[in-house]
Design a protein around this ligand. Structure first.
Ligand code: CP3
Length: 343
């Protein structure tokens, strides 16, 4: 994993899966029930470490990802957060500058301390060949949840904040840049060997706003982390960024880019892979479908991207209806793959 991130193609490529720990695994559902709620599980180092390791025991991924959530930063800044069953996250929405006064950067490390403890427990439990991925949400996506108060289709509240009070909204982005640098820095000190920034809603922005709210804040975060932790690779995931991807790769300061399923692998091979390692981008629904369709798509991806720096992954998180057997088959296909000698 670290060699691929350093720009060396690996055969077979390393793999892990976004949301590799989660509800598709019966052993996860069992621990989750024991923990209470999802947030309780994230804040319980012993149980969070256990669920992080569950998919590795079954499938032997090349990396573990800290079991946590991108909404831990708002939570650790003091914003009210709960995960309502069947509804997803619910936050006490912040809609204006007044609301920002409630955020408490000074309390960040105290409230996030269980996460750092989870990271060190996971690192201690892993062998040397398995990388540990720390993560955070990117400022834009985290701001979406903080301002909308949960998931959204139109992003009307967060965009209205950004458009009508640019100074206030930039203040929120500044707080999130600082919190993210601090939070990831502590994860790295605790044992994370690389980090990923999830920008799930990057695709909701116009090109100029993508530059303002995705590229610029990401660049500030990568610059600060590179200064504090020069050898630690950073993966960016500006989901559904489309034609903005090339600019992101050139300017955001990431070592790798994670691609959503809509990005043609052949385009990524030609336009991105000589600049950064690429990660992705199997449609997670193929892991539900399985069979011929999955096999063909997996082999196509490996043929197209596998000869250059590549990390096999999904284009988005595993869906809870996924059959664990299909994940097993996927792991086998990747492990047995060899470059096609025809080309
Ligand atoms: O990849 C991993 O295995 C690490 C753990 C991880 C989770 N969330 C666990 C989780 C990571 C990296 C995330 C990131 C995350 N969280 C993102 C960015 C990636 C993406 O999916 O776009 C976002 C937007 C969130 C916010 C979030 N967390 C939502 C919208 C939800 C509800 C959706 C759902 O599937 O229920 C969550 C909950 C969540 N985060 C679960 C898990 C395993 C399900 C919680 C449960 O057990 O009930």
């Amino acid at each position: 994993m670290l060699a691929a991130l350093a720009g060396q193609a690996q055969t077979p490529p390393p793999f892990w899966l976004m949301r590799q720990a989660g509800r598709y695994l019966p052993e996860y559902r069992q621990v989750r029930a024991q923990a209470g709620g999802f947030l309780d599980l994230c804040m319980n180092p012993e149980l969070a470490c256990e669920v992080t390791l569950q998919p590795l025991r079954r499938y032997g991924m090349d990396a573990a990802i800290l079991f946590s959530d991108i909404l831990i930063i708002p939570h650790a800044l003091g914003q009210g957060l709960r995960f309502a069953e069947g509804e997803g996250p619910v936050l006490d929405a912040i809609r204006d500058q007044q609301g920002l006064l409630k955020l408490d950067l000074d309390g960040l490390h105290r409230r996030a301390a269980p996460v750092y403890e989870t990271v060190s427990r996971i690192r201690a439990a892993l062998d040397d060949r398995t990388a540990l991925i720390g993560f955070a949400g990117s400022p834009w996506t985290v701001a979406c949840y903080m301002v909308e108060g949960g998931g959204s289709k139109e992003y009307a509240h967060v965009k209205r904040f950004a458009y009508t009070d640019p100074a206030g909204f930039n203040r929120l982005i500044d707080i999130l840049v600082e919190a993210t640098v601090e939070y990831l820095s502590m994860q790295i000190q605790a044992g994370a060997e690389l980090v990923q920034l999830f920008d799930s809603w990057a695709g909701a922005l116009s090109a100029p706003d993508f530059q303002r709210f995705v590229v610029a804040p990401t660049r500030r975060i990568t610059a600060a982390l590179k200064e504090r932790h020069p050898g630690t690779p950073i993966i960016g995931f500006p989901r559904t960024a489309g034609l903005n991807l090339e600019g992101f790769v050139e300017q955001a300061g990431v070592d790798a880019v994670s691609l959503d399923p809509g990005v043609p692998a052949s385009w990524a091979a030609k336009h991105l892979q000589h600049k950064v390692a690429v990660q992705g981008n199997l449609d997670p629904v193929l892991l539900i479908a399985g069979g011929e369709a999955m096999d063909r798509a997996v082999l196509d991806l490996l043929e197209t991207l596998g000869n250059r720096p590549f990390i096999f992954n999904l284009g988005h998180g595993i869906i809870k209806e996924t059959s664990p057997e299909n994940v097993s088959r996927l792991a086998g296909l990747i492990r047995d793959w060899k470059p096609d000698t025809r080309d």
